[in-house]
Design a protein around this ligand. Structure first.
Ligand SMILES: NC(=O)c1ccc[n+]([C@@H]2O[C@H](COP(=O)([O-])OP(=O)(O)OC[C@H]3O[C@@H](n4cnc5c(N)ncnc54)[C@H](OP(=O)(O)O)[C@@H]3O)[C@@H](O)[C@H]2O)c1
Length: 323
């Protein structure tokens, strides 16, 4: 279910109304936890905050947040707790201390975790009388509370519906992805996969250019063209991946492998780290060896999944697909 907000300004009754103030507790005051707490305060909700290391609540307290001395004390102050800490180990540590206080209340875990970890937290919540919604913040801190921020949730839809007015204060788009408590984490993890491999690509390109005497700032304007191509490519590859058809009419794995080899050779000659490039080369090499050279690059989704030995998609001409 989607919960994107859109309002017609021609009808005053369509204008967003402030939800009634709902006390919320925020556990974890790193950059994201602080941004979430600030957005809740800006929307008029009474906010209680706690952080493992004291002293991170000063700004928020100046804006009206109430710092609590313990996680359990903070949880007791509100029917709804938002947890946003580093990782699943931190979630376990906080729940270990605050778990009993959460009984009968709602927890929204907005920590980035893996799907299995999210499902394990749901099991823990079920066994401890806690209503749980797993959330993934898909946007950077600077967007939180504004229209560009995106948060996805999974778990019981009833819990999502009950707290949606509060969640709406955090992001312009708040979507419920279904009852599987791990589903939001699947989206989060897959998008982090995309993000970090892209980050690596950007920084590796800067290192390669610098090794050849080109400053990153000189290259950057030319690199800007690539992200502009991505929306169309993403849709095309998504269609190919879902349909299992990978036409090589515009670019092929064989051609991509050759370009990748050229990048790796240049980087190696300059003594740069080529670990990720070598891994990508090995992957494309496996695809070519399995006969996918003439297929479109989207066929790598099958190679990554370990399906390189699967029949070559029908869109690849039979005479070239066997080599
Ligand atoms: N920053 C972003 O732009 C962004 C965007 C999307 C999603 N996220 C996700 O949001 C979550 C929080 O990120 P963040 O940017 O706020 O910073 P972070 O550095 O990932 O997390 C810092 C917070 O985690 C707490 N923490 C770490 N280990 C703990 C433990 N064992 N017990 C209790 N608390 C512990 C820290 O407490 P102390 O202060 O005591 O160390 C602090 O409150 C992460 O899962 C991150 O992936 C962040």
């Amino acid at each position: 279910m989607t919960a994107n907000r859109s309002y017609s300004t021609s009808n005053p009754s369509d204008l967003p109304t402030r939800p009634s103030p709902t006390p919320v507790t925020v556990l974890g005051l790193g950059p994201m936890g602080r941004a979430l707490a600030a957005a809740l305060l800006a929307a008029g909700h009474p906010v209680t905050v706690w952080n493992r290391t004291p002293g991170r609540a000063d700004d928020l307290a100046a804006r009206g947040a109430v710092p609590a001395a313990s996680a359990a004390g903070a949880v007791a102050a509100a029917p709804l707790t938002l947890l946003c800490v580093r990782d699943d180990a931190a979630v376990r540590a906080v729940l270990g201390a605050a778990g009993p206080a959460l009984r009968g209340r709602t927890l929204v875990n907005a920590t980035s975790v893996g799907p299995e970890q999210a499902r394990a937290t749901a099991d823990w919540a079920g066994a401890n009388g806690v209503r749980l919604l797993n959330a993934a913040v898909l946007s950077p801190v600077s967007t939180i509370g504004g229209p560009a921020a995106v948060i996805v949730c999974s778990g019981e839809e009833q819990v999502f519906r009950a707290h949606r007015p509060v969640l709406d204060a955090l992001a312009g788009t708040v979507n419920h992805l279904g009852a599987d408590p791990g589903r939001a984490a699947v989206y989060d993890t897959a998008l982090l996969d995309l993000f970090w491999t892209t980050v690596h690509g950007c920084l590796h390109a800067f290192a390669l250019a610098r090794a050849e005497g080109v400053r990153a700032a000189e290259l950057a304007p030319y690199a800007q063209g690539l992200p502009r191509m991505l929306p169309a490519l993403l849709d095309e590859w998504a269609r190919s991946a879902d349909e299992g058809r990978h036409p090589g009419d515009r670019s092929t794995v064989a051609s991509g492998a050759s370009g990748l080899a050229h990048v790796a050779r240049t980087a190696r000659a300059r003594g740069l780290d080529t670990g990720v490039l070598d891994a990508a080369l090995a992957l494309t090499g496996r695809a070519v060896a399995a006969g996918h050279g003439p297929a479109g690059v989207s066929v790598l989704v099958e190679t990554i999944a370990g399906a390189a030995a699967a029949p070559v998609p029908a869109t690849v001409p039979a005479d070239t697909a066997t080599g």
